[in-house]
Design a protein around this ligand. Structure first.
Ligand SMILES: Cc1cc2nc3c(=O)[nH]c(=O)nc-3n(C[C@H](O)[C@H](O)[C@H](O)COP(=O)(O)OP(=O)(O)OC[C@H]3O[C@@H](n4cnc5c(N)ncnc54)[C@H](O)[C@@H]3O)c2cc1C
Length: 421
């Protein structure tokens, strides 16, 4: 039998799940090659705990090879360009040909799209940014913290709201009376989950004293020049008096700005000819196939329209299940079977609230009339589940990981949540 190459671009959530599903079943028969520019994997949901001092970088980062099964060929390199017609990828270590390609390169952060963001805001979406937020909050003596969402789409629609809940909780424990406010271009929190969930989350924000400013799309940030001179503060420094200027004509002055920057597909993807006018890769909603045979896109880099003129949110839970679908169908094809597994648009997430408590959302995003999402009341149970999930992700393959998987699956089953890991 001819030896085929399955090339996976990106070793984040989607890439790891796909590689780990394929490699043990293809051992020796076909190659599974995973390309990532990073050596280390950081578990992004834990950035939220990092900012309030509940995690350190060593707790949430692992060398990528410890999370990948035997048989995955790991290449540390940057994907520079993708030629879908010739089935070829150019990388920083040379060209690579493939028979099947899984693009799971995620979303690239583009803070430069908002003037002043890089000078005056701290980036919630990177490990380094989360560390700086932690240090800034430790030393914080100001009066106002802004959590700023620069634009949509952004990954994990819940994350900025979790940040606001955790920061408010952190400040209150320190007896700080500082105000926490969220500024977003969205009409209500997590709009893809529907107005009912959005209103419930808004209520949770307001009941904790967090001010919510919808329909606020930031135009620019004017860094405070009083303390740092014309150039503004150096990157990552906390300045007081940074001014947020919005497209609706309003403005707000804040001591500390914690920002979710604009997102875009990585350059190799943008220039591949695979993207739509919005810059993401459109895929079949059930198979994740692109317009080119043998090429799939999963996770944040892909876009899938759903009812109500919206797109499936960018979230790890979807990258995870999409990777399983694509892997199962590639395996079937290699074995001469029909590729019958379909992605069902279902997903869940725990929403950290502070104080060891989390709410929980569980939904069907492919429901015909628009996403049907159920929001469960905050409890320690969901928080404990999220901690277990983190431990499972970061555990090397072996008995400990198996035990965590069992605990998670049984815990979810007890609450009627279908979780397959
Ligand atoms: C603060 C925060 C909290 C979050 N919380 C949750 C949560 O609770 N639940 C949830 O479901 N999701 C959450 N997410 C979202 C989740 O992390 C992403 O949706 C998920 O990681 C997407 O998986 P992916 O495989 O598409 O991309 P990624 O996991 O981002 O992986 C992309 C990989 O591609 C690599 N790469 C990029 N460009 C190149 C290139 N040119 N060459 C080589 N390699 C490249 C990157 O190094 C990276 O390893 C959160 C995100 C953040 C930032």
């Amino acid at each position: 039998m001819e030896r085929k190459t399955i090339l996976i671009l990106g070793g984040g959530v989607g890439g790891q799940v796909a590689a780990n599903a394929l490699a043990p079943r293809l051992a020796g028969r076909h190659r599974v090659v995973l390309v990532d520019k990073q050596r280390e994997f950081a578990f992004a949901p834990s950035f939220l705990w990092m900012i309030v001092g509940q995690r350190a970088p060593r707790d949430i980062q692992r060398p990528m090879e410890t999370l990948l099964r035997k048989g995955v060929e790991i290449v540390q390199a940057e994907a520079l360009s993708i030629d879908p017609a010739r089935k070829k990828v150019e990388t920083s270590v040379g060209p690579m040909n493939f028979d099947s390609l899984i693009i799971s390169l995620g979303a690239e952060l583009a803070p430069e799209k908002v003037p002043g963001f890089q000078e005056a805001a701290l980036n919630l979406y990177t490990l380094g940014g989360s560390c700086r937020i932690q240090k800034s909050l430790e030393a914080f003596s100001g009066r106002k913290v802004a959590v700023l969402i620069a634009s949509s789409p952004f990954k994990c629609p819940a994350a900025p709201y979790e940040a606001a809940f955790l920061i408010q909780d952190f400040l209150r424990r320190r007896r700080s009376a500082a105000e926490v406010a969220v500024f977003t271009p969205e009409p209500y929190p997590m709009p893809t989950a529907g107005a009912k969930v959005g209103e419930a989350l808004k209520g949770m924000l307001e009941s904790r004293g967090i001010r919510f400013h919808p329909n606020h799309k930031v135009a620019r940030i004017e860094p405070d020049a009083r303390h740092y001179g014309i150039g503004g503060p150096p990157p990552g420094c906390v300045a007081d008096g940074n001014k947020l200027v919005f497209e609706n004509g309003l403005s707000e002055t804040c001591d500390l700005i914690i920002g979710v920057p604009a997102h875009q597909a990585p350059r190799a993807v943008r220039e591949s000819g695979l993207t739509n006018e919005a810059g993401w890769i459109p895929v079949d909603r059930q198979t994740l196939a692109t317009n080119y045979e043998g090429i799939y896109a999963i996770g944040d880099v892909a876009t899938i329209p759903i009812a109500g003129g919206k797109a499936l949110p960018k979230a790890g839970i979807f990258a995870h299940s999409q990777a399983e679908v694509v892997a199962a169908n590639i395996l079937a094809q290699l074995d001469g079977r029909a590729p019958l597994v379909k992605f069902d648009g279902k997903g869940w997430c725990a929403i950290e609230m502070g104080g060891g408590s989390a709410a929980f959302g569980d939904g069907d995003f492919y429901a015909e009339g628009g996403p049907e999402v159920k929001l469960y009341e905050p409890s320690h149970y969901w928080h404990a589940g999220k901690v277990l999930f983190e431990k499972w992700w970061l555990a090397p393959f072996g008995p400990k990981r198996q035990a965590l998987r069992l605990a998670l699956t049984l815990g979810a089953k007890a609450r009627g949540i279908p979780v397959s890991l």
